[in-house]
Design a protein around this ligand. Sequence first.
Ligand code: RIB
Ligand code: CA
Length: 313
Amino acid sequence: MAPRKIIIDTDPGQDDAVAILLALASPEHIEVLGITAVAGNVPLTLTERNARIVCELAGRPDMQVFAGCDTPLSRALITAEHVHGKTGLDGPQLPDPVMPLQKGHAVDFIIDTLRNAPAGTVTLCPLGPLTNIATALERAPDIAAKVQEIALMGGAYFEVGNITPAAEFNIYVDPEAADIVFKSGIPITVMPLDVTHGALITAPRVAAFRAMGTQVGRMVAEWTDFFERFDKQKYGSAGAPLHDPCVIAYLIQPDLFSGRHVNVEVETTSPLTLGMTVADWWGVTDRAPNAMFMGDVQADAFFDLLTDRLARL
Ligand code: RIB
Ligand code: CA
């Protein structure tokens, strides 16, 4: 089977970094056409820098990295340095990237790539706020037919919010963009907190990364050592949730995950629940299903896949 062609849209972020590494370590399953950076965990000048750092760590200085939108569609940017640190990749000391940032805008890259692709052949993998994706869809509605699937990390239902009581960060930062994406009619698979909070990097799993004896293993261990303190303190959890790698693992081994095809809508007005993903999990409305909303992950098998693939780099 030919590898799936994807564009990773990302706001690195330690967990985004692990997701990018997993994708680049899996060429038999995934062909990364390009990486588009968006403002989210940290401002755009850092997310695009961090994306290039991760590509170089993966031995892929040839990868096309583009800078995209630096603010949400209609709101001020909210960032998450309290989780990811000032650089967005706090933990290990990392050198500045040498590989170039591509000159074009990320949204133009997304539009041009999709327009030049056969129908239904490119998967979009948003791992941060959906600003770039929504901007591309608004500017070029014709590209929707070229998208095979949008596999995204965002939202929450039973797990409720991590940035407010009701909302998950990626959706909360740009709810209007999320609303556009969820109403696009494109097949969507959602990795919400309901799943990602089951993918915790416990101490034995961090030790497995260190035991690789590689720079990648060491970087991932040091990133998670830093990244885990927020969730351990807030949730008392046994380690950092590996949010974004769940998207890439789904593309490689979809049977690691289970969920339901339900209607998902995004709150864009209420100050109390802004950014909430309202998933009709129990089918109590007549709203048409528009997303595969994942609810569970086989965590041990997920980490077996992750460590096996990262050991390749
Ligand atoms: O809420 C978790 C999400 O927000 C992850 O994608 C993390 O990287 C941040 O972007
Ligand atoms: Ca992210």
